[in-house]
Design a protein around this ligand. Structure first.
Ligand code: HEM
Length: 139
């Protein structure tokens, strides 16, 4: 990663780490609303899921990513186990790609400190790394 990208990454993550729980809730709720309305292939997976609980679960993971800048190893272990549960449900890599592109879109639209295109790139990279940690056992 070059210095500029690294700097933008740091600023985007610091900004996210400063968001209140209420701001996270608004943002992640709007992510699931868009997913359910506009991404039918993903929406079927959530047919019997309590979305309000799901919002809070995703916030725990996302806000940890924003906070846990220096050492990701503990978080990576959690992600690995979570990923196994997703793979066992039959969720595919292509679904992850669609999921993280939408999530990066929603998260970067909120960024105040950095330009939205750069913020999209930063979030996409962060979420891809997260998906990689989750999908180590996926075919
Ligand atoms: C980076 C990507 C993802 C993250 C960080 C993530 C995060 C989570 C978390 C934290 C949980 C709750 C786990 C628990 O209760 O122990 C969960 C459950 C679940 N996720 Fe994901 N997820 C991701 C991708 C996906 C994708 C691509 C799909 C399918 C389209 C999906 C569908 C589900 C479903 C169906 C559940 C179970 C919900 C329930 O039964 O309550 N996830 N996910």
């Amino acid at each position: 990663m070059d210095d500029l990208t690294d700097d933008i990454r740091r600023r985007a993550l610091i900004e996210a780490s400063l968001m209140t729980h209420e701001e996270w809730t608004t943002l992640v709720r709007s992510f699931y609303e868009r997913l359910l309305q506009h991404h039918p292939a993903l929406a079927v997976r959530f047919a019997r899921v309590n979305i309000e609980f799901q919002v809070q679960k995703l916030i725990v993971i996302l806000s940890s990513i924003a906070r846990d800048l220096p050492d990701r190893s503990a978080l990576d272990r959690v992600l690995f186990h979570m990923g196994v549960a997703h793979v066992e449900r039959g969720i595919r890599r292509t679904e992850f790609t669609e999921f993280i592109a939408l999530l990066a879109n929603v998260l970067s639209a909120k960024a105040n400190l950095v330009n939205p295109d750069q913020a999209y790139g930063v979030w996409y990279q962060e979420l891809s790394a997260m998906a990689t940690a989750m999908l180590l056992t996926s075919p």
